[in-house]
Design a protein around this ligand. Sequence first.
Ligand SMILES: [Ca+2]
Length: 504
Amino acid sequence: MLFPQQELIKSIIMDKKINRRDFLKLAGVTAAGVMLPGCADELLSGSAQSTGGPANKPNFIIIFCDDLGYGDLGCFGSKKHRTPNIDRMAAEGMRFTSFYVTSGVCTPSRSSLMTGCYPRRVNMHQSGRNEWVLFPVAQKGLNPNEITIAEVLKTRGYATACVGKWHLGDQPEFLPTRQGFDYYYGIPYSNDMGSRQRKQNPPLPLLRNEKVIEAPADQNTLTKRYTEEVLKFITSNKDKPFFVYLPHTMPHNPVHSSEKFRGKSANDGYGDCVEEIDWSTGRILETLKKLGIDDRTLIVFTSDNGAAKRWGGSNLPLSGFKGSTMEGGMREPAVCRWPGKIPAGKTCDELASTLDLLPTLAQLAGTEPPTDRIIDGKDIWPLMTGKRGAKSPHEAFYYYFRDQLQAVRSGKWKLHLPFRIKRREQERAAPNAPLKLYDLEADIAETNNLADQHPDVVKRLLALAEKARDDLGDVNRKGKNQRPAGWVVTPKPLLFSSKPQDSY
Ligand SMILES: [Ca+2]
């Protein structure tokens, strides 16, 4: 139990502007006579109720695919892709079958994973030019004042690495190295945003920390190189608690894989990518075992949004694709594994989300999510451990596309809101989209509209939607509790250069 003053200091330290030295200074001045000796260190290293000393802090690995569909893994029903490593991970852990991202596209979805907040909360629901994601040389980025999972874990002494596609801002002030990651290796935005696809863009940059080390990035070897980077980081940090965030560039179009996998799957280049990601996951699992840290490492495997319409992925048995608020756009295959803690071979169908990873990991690391701001995610550890009778902590889940609230789920019910014009990206805007109510337990593919039979449910879900509009906003209506994104006035391209990184 912390005193109010201690709570205050604890929330201050969550602000990245305060480093340890500053904090100790602040703690000494502000809390003189309030804190007991040693309290400052206790606050830095976690509360007395935490799971123990540094040796007991678990490691965390989040593997986050790009555009991998609900039906693309063997353990989620794929007959086309061979994914024995991820399937084994599921057999040794838990599958989540109602696991959501907060957007059908990259940038907003990633902002939620990093902050535990809906995209509109942190103003990352669309680009500064109202596009569905950020494009190169963007003025906008995730606000450096937001507190990421990496920053929460840094307060508990974690070594942190981001290896892969970031997509939360390509200006130096928005890169992973400024958002709590000790190390970054990867591409700053999507692999179809280089000069090969769009002439006005810089060649697709590959970064180490804040420096472009290759452009255009050789995409064939990206998955392999990401894997090597992760294995190196895990091995050199095996004695510390670590957090690895591995947002793969694949199987986002254009699909690439290394020679060993190219042309080997039954589903063209897309399948090759998925099978290489499976290999990568297997290498990580094998390394954890070899290092003897398998039983103190939580791994979460999921995707940033559903498979796109024409690129070879599958969202079956769900309807809809990437960029939509149908289940296929936002419900993801998810597997969690931690031997000895998460029961083997179980499935959880309770509603959970990438929003929940920040609070869950914070709690497991012996701390808590930021208390000075609204965080939408909840601790889902009771679901992960299969606690008897554990229920989703969410009364409602909101499906936004860009700035528009399009659907709400509560329990088994999902309501698609009515629209005069419904925003859609991959297809033309839908005129006169009617209100529809689906029972997702009986009708996972959203085919049987039950709105007329359940007016009471419709009324309850409409009221929940109104709550979200008030809180987070909807189209041009501002929400009461939105926070600003980061912004730079004159963004510059990330270019390959032999000059030191501060030269641009
Ligand atoms: Ca994506």
